[in-house]
Design a protein. Sequence first.
Length: 240
Amino acid sequence: MTAIVSAAISLVGLGFAMGFSPTLYALVLRLLTRSAHAARSIRWITVGLTLGALFLLLLFRVVDPETLTALLRADTHRFLVHRSVDAAAAALLLLGGAIMLARLRRPPRDPHLGHRALSSGPGRPDSQHRDPERPGRMVLIGLTESIISVSGLATMYVTGRVIAAASHLLVVQAVLAVVFFAALAGQYLLLAWAWGAFPPLAHAMTRLYDRVTRIDTRPYVAAALLLAGCVFAVMAVFGA
């Protein structure tokens, strides 16, 4: 019993880690501050998250990633140590930095223009044909966030090992999986509930969101890209 309780506690942490994504939190905050149907959209996002995590959990029940890692490790190492890789990365990063610098000549775009579609009513043109919050799109966003992530793959592999090690009974494993998925999706569902339950918090977060979205981040992104490009260029020239 102690092993099961310990596993459940670990799975809560793993579920939170698997579900945590700065990108998703930014999207959820955008929905909460701009959308009239935020709670519905967030629920669909969590459906996608859950489906992606479930797919990885079942996949690692039949596929051992350590075997794939052993097969690819040698080729990957030979590929990464080539100077051409560093040179290509430097070129791409420097090109991206140059493009970002060129865009600095344009005035920054109003961040709230991109939110108009989120609040478009049925009387607006194309609102029925171009719904940015349609369920399929929200599910796809959550599914993509959970599957296309190296940390997510590692987390789900560890999750499967924890569940399998806790008990050999399928019923117990199913209950532990439910605990994991509750922690995975619960953080977003809880945020959506708190947004409506505590209006002062919602107003404060909305004001903070408005301030943050008005910051012109283009100079910082350009500087970061150029700096990273210079680092890779130095590695390409002087690397082993």
